[in-house]
Design a protein around this ligand. Sequence first.
Ligand SMILES: [Fe+2]
Ligand SMILES: [Fe+2]
Length: 237
Amino acid sequence: MDLAKPSTHANLEAAFGGESMANRKYLFFADVAKQLGDAQLAKLFRDTAAQETEHAFAHFRLLHPELVVTDPDSVDGPQKQAILRRCLELAIEGETYEYTTMYPEFADQARQDRDGDAEAEFNEQTAESKEHAGIFRKAASNFGLLTPIEHHHADRYGVALQALEGNGVAGETPDPLPGQWICKVCSMIYDPAVGDPDSGIAPGTPFEAIPEDWKCPICGARKASFVPYHSPELLPA
Ligand SMILES: [Fe+2]
Ligand SMILES: [Fe+2]
C-alpha cells in the first residue's frame, strides 16, 4: 500500500469512518429492535455491526501499519513501549481536537442556527421551524456538555501516556472536585455552577438537590449512575 498516494489515503480514512459509523448505527438499530421486542432482528443488527468493526479494523491496519502486532512474543520492550505510546498519542490528538475545536465550533454554529430558526419561527409561525429550533438548542447544549467530557478523555490518556513512560502510575485525585459529579455511563460531568437548565436545573444547584427522577442530559442514565468526580492524575509509583 503506497500511502504517499493522497487519494487512497483519504479514501481509507473515509472507509474507516464509514464502517465505524455503520457499526454504531447498527448497534443503535439493534437497541431499537430489542426495545420493540424483535430479538431476531436485534441479533442481525448486532452480528452485522461486529462484521463492520472487522472491516473498519482492516482499513485502520492499512492506515497505521506501525500499530499492527502480528506476533506479540516477538515484540521487545522498547517496541511495545513505542506502539503503546503511538496509540495514546493518536487518542490524545483526537480527543484534543474534539474539545478544543470540534465541539466549541459545533456549539457556536448550533446557537447561530437556532437563533436563525427562532427568527424564522417568529416570521412564519410554523411548527416545523419551532421543532428545528428545539433540536438545534439541544444540539448546542449537547456539544457544550461534550466539550469537558472530551477534555476529560484527553487528560486520562495523557496520564496513561505519562505512566507508560515511567513517570508514575495512572490514577485519580484523592479528593473529588468540589461539587462535581460524573456519569459512569457516558462521563457527562455535572457542574453545579452550570446546572442543567434544559432539564429545569438552575445554575447553582448542588447535585444533591437535583430531583431523583432527573436523567443524564447526554445518555439518559439515572441520577444514581453519577459518582463524585475525581480528575485523572499521575500518582507517584
Ligand atoms: Fe472522547
Ligand atoms: Fe450519561
